[in-house]
Design a protein. Structure first.
Ligand code: GLY
Length: 390
């Protein structure tokens, strides 16, 4: 059922005569070498059940437990290091941290269980073909599916209610549909895939503005499915375009087209991608919110740049439009510059600097973020694969 993929380094070795002189490929070699050092050091620093979160103002590692929405990204990054380098030490470390997330099936989780389980177990099963944990993966997908109601046509994001929300759904949920589709394939329960498709279609109807930018949060009436409000939580204002939200939308619809072949999702991904390309600064890394009036003094968000780069590479392959790949190249080369890349002689944590977590909430501002690293590594792996195929 699960395909076995050779670690990428073996794959590259098989492609004889393939010149590795492309700037992004050279960058990938450097980044994965740095990643091996930084991620092995973080492994040594982490106790059982601890996951990296960020660094404090002194550059010390800040950790979370399995419940934090980002807990799957560290094991996920370890999987990409294994995929790229073929170093089996990283396969073993990746399984260790992946399996520490098994506790989530018995916890009070929200929609983020998709990120947590798919980035970790999803990559582990994809790369090793080991299906020991397939039942747990499907169980977690069902926990997410239980957040869906027919009346709304969407999975609910959070359990807490702020303002007068009744059924809040954030654009980030688009990322959590992949586990539903993969679990449908594994279990043969197609209702999981149907939920993913319904969620993506309802979101397409309600989350986007005329220019293809999106709101962060749409609140629904749980009885009628009517839209009650459209607002932001992590962006500059309700009417602004929070950069990571636009990145989640781009990645989510690209993934949904890959998984379903439904043209409406490709069209959405292209429209979102075109809107983003029109608004990106020259170096390709977005300001944390496209509409912050402080631009060009506003902070940039490396995480949004990395998510976009990974999505643009896939969208370019799926659509055959090379403009998306050119944008991704620009983004990756900027992220690989001295300004964004961690200093190899530094604190031994993370790969990218300058991530923006939540400015309105006053947390994780201009710091390393696990998801910035994860999507950066994923983008570099994707780039290496497509450039090997040329
Ligand atoms: N999913 C939460 C965030 O993007 O910050």
């Amino acid at each position: 059922m699960m395909k076995y993929f050779l670690p990428l380094i073996y794959f590259l070795a098989i492609i004889s005569g393939c010149g590795r002189t492309d700037e992004v490929n050279l960058l990938a070699d450097r980044v994965f070498s740095l990643a091996k050092t930084q991620y092995a050091q973080m492994d040594e620093a982490l106790g059982d059940g601890q996951f990296p979160k960020s660094t404090d103002s002194e550059g010390n590692l800040v950790t979370s437990d399995a419940g934090w929405w980002c807990s799957g990204f560290y094991p996920g990054s370890l999987w990409y290091i294994y995929e790229y380098t073929g170093d089996e030490t990283f396969r073993d470390i990746a399984w260790k941290h992946t399996r520490r997330l098994a506790v989530l099936k018995d916890r009070d989780t929200d929609h983020d269980i998709g990120f947590q389980i798919n980035c970790s177990y999803g990559n582990g099963m994809r790369l090793t073909g080991d299906s020991t944990d397939a039942a747990l993966y499907v169980e977690c997908a069902r926990i997410l599916a239980d957040r869906f109601t027919e009346g709304t046509g969407v999975t609910k994001s959070w359990n807490f209610l702020r303002n007068d929300w009744r059924y809040p759904v954030i654009i980030d949920n688009m990322m959590n549909l992949e586990i539903l589709i993969k679990a449908a394939e594994m279990s043969g329960d197609n209702s999981l895939k149907e939920i993913a498709v319904r969620h993506a279609q309802t979101t397409l109807n309600n989350h986007f503005r005329e220019d293809w930018s999106c709101w962060h949060l749409v609140d629904y009436d749980p009885e009628t499915g009517a839209v009650r409000s459209k607002e932001t939580v992590q962006g500059y204002s309700d009417g602004s375009s929070w950069a990571r939200g636009q990145a989640w939308a781009l990645y989510g619809y690209t993934m949904m087209y890959r998984e379903t072949g439904m043209e409406e999702f490709l069209e959405a991904a292209r429209n979102i991608g075109n809107m983003i390309m029109d608004r990106l600064p020259v170096d390709g890394i977005p300001y944390w919110d496209f509409d912050d009036p402080a631009i060009p003094e506003a902070l940039k968000d490396a995480s949004a740049g990395a998510i976009m780069a990974s999505a643009f590479i896939e969208l370019s392959s799926l659509s055959g439009d090379s403009r998306y790949l050119e944008t991704a190249r620009r983004q990756l080369l900027t992220l690989g510059s001295e300004e964004y890349l961690a200093n190899p002689g530094g604190n031994g944590c993370f790969i990218l600097k300058h991530g923006v977590g939540n400015i309105p909430g006053g947390t994780e501002i201009d710091v390393p973020l696990t998801y910035a690293d994860y999507y950066f590594l994923e983008a570099l792996v994707r780039y290496s694969i497509i450039s090997s195929e040329e």
